[in-house]
Design a protein around this ligand. Structure first.
Ligand code: COI
Length: 355
């Protein structure tokens, strides 16, 4: 791990917006904290690290990111403990995944220590924006964009790394109905599926919109080759409880290595559950539903946390799943993870970074 630290210049807003905030109504991703971190990659190195008031970027219409989508992002969360400490959930994992995305997108890495230094400083400046009430948190959005004003296909020479934050409530306020997608594809072997590349999300909008027109909040993507195996849901990884075992598609080139999913798997193993991370076929899930062997289905993601799946549509049939209230594992793990992130239970896995 690098030990590079930043010398961040901090310029604070003279007009904080915090008093305009309704702490009990925080729609996801629409309310932004007062400040943001920004740093430029020029001449082969990161420079000019600043924290400044949250605000617009100015760029040439020819800027590479606007045309060719050389960009990727991360998502993570911070909360406040009862005693007012800032708690960030597994930020080093996000920093590592950030750099996996950077490599795949031909973009420069941000050394983990630099990433964490930027994050800690930003959260300290905007600590008053971190919710402490249950069900709320500060969503953190680091991202990188290609900045060369150049019309042509090649990796940019210049980049911006930015982190901004939003106090948020739930991403999904109710259980979701999903459709297993068997025509469109999110990711292919050798593609960018495992990276948090902006284009992965752009390409999913049209099929997701079609699914929504049919009444389904989200799609469950299947493999692009045969559409036989379940991959992920685009906003979250998916897990099932079948015959009492927790079953989830293993991370792969076409599935994002979700940090919430990893945490759920680790907790489940610690609690003594049998967990299978492997290929999961649509056929296996649909048979388990029909035979009454599937007791739970849920998504796991930073934004989504644990999102219950109430119905699954496949091949013209919508299967209603067992009632959410009776789902022992996913309800228990949601409560535990929420308590964990708020510092209410022992940090037995060493997942919390305190500021
Ligand atoms: C996250 O969970 O952090 C994501 O990036 C998913 C996005 C739908 C908000």
């Amino acid at each position: 791990m690098s030990t590079e630290l930043l010398n961040i210049s901090i310029s604070k807003t003279t007009h904080s917006r915090i008093n305009e905030l309704d702490w009990n109504d925080l729609p996801f991703g629409r309310v932004f904290s007062d400040h943001m971190f920004e740093m430029d990659y020029i001449d082969g190195k990161w420079q000019n690290p600043v924290i400044r008031p949250f605000g617009d970027l100015s760029m040439s219409p020819a800027t590479s990111i606007l045309h060719y989508g050389q960009t990727f992002f991360e998502g993570m969360k911070a909360t406040k403990s009862e005693s007012g400490e800032i708690l960030i959930f597994r930020p080093e994992e996000n920093a590592k995944r950030f750099n996996l995305s950077a490599e795949r997108m031909c973009m420069p890495e941000v050394p983990v220590d630099m990433f964490i230094d930027a994050l800690r400083t930003l959260l300290t400046v905007d600590k008053n924006w971190i919710p402490s009430q249950e069900g709320y948190s500060l969503y953190i959005r680091p991202f990188m964009i290609a900045m060369d004003p150049y019309v042509g296909i090649r990796p940019s020479d210049t980049y911006k790394f930015i982190i901004f934050t939003c106090p948020v409530g739930a991403y999904y306020s109710e259980p979701v109905k999903v459709k297993i997608e068997t025509y469109y594809s999110r990711a292919v072997e050798g593609g960018t599926g495992y990276a948090k590349a902006g284009g992965n999300y752009a390409g999913s909008l049209y099929p997701a919109m079609k699914g929504q027109q049919e009444g389904f909040r989200q799609l469950i993507w299947t493999d692009a080759k045969e559409h036989k195996y379940i991959e992920e849901s685009g906003t979250m990884n998916v897990l099932f409880v079948i015959d009492g075992k927790i079953i989830t598609p293993a991370s792969s080139q076409t599935i994002l290595a979700g940090i919430t999913r990893r945490s759920v798997v680790d907790i489940a193993k610690d609690w003594g559950y049998t967990v299978e991370e492997r290929k999961v076929s649509v056929e296996e899930v649909v048979s388990a539903i029909k035979e009454g062997r599937l007791s739970e289905a849920f998504g796991a993601g930073t934004a989504a946390t644990i999102a219950q799946i109430s119905a699954i549509h496949y091949d013209g049939t919508t299967y209603e799943l067992p009632p959410v209230e009776g789902r022992e594992f996913s309800n228990k793990v949601l409560t535990y993870l929420t308590d964990y992130k708020h510092g209410k239970v022992e940090d037995k896995f060493g997942w919390i970074m305190k500021i």
